[in-house]
Design a binder for this molecule. Structure first.
Ligand SMILES: Nc1ncnc2c1ncn2[C@@H]1O[C@H](COP(=O)(O)OP(=O)(O)OP(=O)(O)O)[C@@H](O)[C@H]1O
Ligand SMILES: [Mg+2]
Length: 296
């Protein structure tokens, strides 16, 4: 695809609480500065939908199931404008049932693609960002088929690295038997420690930045090539840090209480605290989506 083509992306990891909703919503917020953007909440827990203040839409009788299953609703019947530049495709308290019904439906993994992304991407919207559930299933499969692109947030700690591996093994690699799935980026989140000592932050960043295995078989890209610039530290960089030749950097995305507070106030970070030093990281994520990959 050419640079700045319309693009849809799924923010996925098969682990709860890592930052899928925070990352996807703030990514959508920054993408909205570049073009018309739809933020689609595919997680039955509705954290992003309710966090943005759309409790009524979450409980509405007309919901995603009516668009992608038997009902006669169109996406525009349920999409909500927000005050933050992007539109919201709300989650619904019926999504767990929708997930079960998709399992028995003809082309059950391609419904979101055919009913939502194909008609809207490149027409109504330049960008569509999906917030996905933390477990494998039909909703995640739909997101992968609909977007063909993923971004994977990951937090320090061994269980999160396990979550990343599980996501590759149980979700992305099986999907690749049928469709191309491009890992646009792997995004460290909730960093809080120094990295000139053997902390969990250091372990995560060193693993991501020095691993040699391929994440994208089509392009041959390895894991370090999909690390955003805000978290990129080369092997020489780590040597310089250890030898005291450079001041240890504070790579993103940092753990910031303002990020959890912003959603409690129904707002993306850009609107809640425009001065936050983390906004530039979400801007880089938006650039990665716009360009179809990390640019060094
Ligand atoms: N960088 C950060 N700094 C501080 N808090 C964060 C950060 N990222 C996420 N959080 C907080 O961590 C919690 C989990 O984040 P989030 O809801 O985005 O994760 P999730 O992967 O979508 O979780 P779930 O699987 O439950 O949907 C939330 O309370 C959120 O506010
Ligand atoms: Mg979530």
């Amino acid at each position: 695809m050419a640079v700045n083509d319309p693009r849809a992306v799924s923010v996925v990891i098969l682990k709860g609480g890592v930052g899928k909703s925070t990352t996807s919503m703030n990514l959508a917020r920054q993408l909205a500065e570049r073009g018309d953007t739809l933020f689609a909440d595919l997680d039955p827990n509705g954290h992003a939908t309710n966090g943005l203040g759309f409790e009524a839409a979450y409980q509405s009788d007309t919901n995603l199931g009516d668009v992608i299953l038997e009902g006669d609703a169109t996406p525009t019947d349920i999409i909500q404008p927000t005050e933050y530049g992007f539109d919201l495709l709300p989650s619904s308290n019926t999504l767990e049932d929708v997930e079960k019904d998709l399992a028995g439906a003809m082309q059950g993994s391609a419904r979101v693609k055919s009913k939502i992304v194909d008609p809207l991407l490149g027409n109504e919207y330049s960008y569509i960002v999906f917030d996905c559930p933390a477990y494998p299933g039909m909703l995640n499969n739909n997101a992968l088929v609909a977007t063909g692109n993923v971004m994977i947030p990951i937090e320090p700690g061994s269980s999160a690295i396990g979550g990343y591996k599980r996501t590759m093994e149980r979700l992305i690699q099986p999907a690749r038997e049928y469709i191309d799935v491009d890992v646009l980026s792997v995004i460290p989140n909730k960093l809080s420690d120094r990295i000139d000592q053997q902390t969990e932050d250091r372990e995560l960043l060193e693993n991501l930045n020095t691993a040699s295995f391929e994440v994208n078989p089509e392009s041959g890209e390895t894991l370090p090539e999909v690390v955003p610039n805000f978290a990129r530290i080369t092997a020489e960089g780590f040597d310089d840090i250890d030898a005291g030749r450079i001041k240890p950097p504070k790579p993103g995305i940092r753990h910031r209480s303002v990020l959890s507070r912003s959603l409690q106030h129904n707002q993306p970070l850009q609107d809640y605290d425009p001065e936050s030093d983390q906004i530039e990281h979400y801007e880089e994520l938006a650039e990665i989506v716009a360009n179809g990959g990390v640019s060094r």
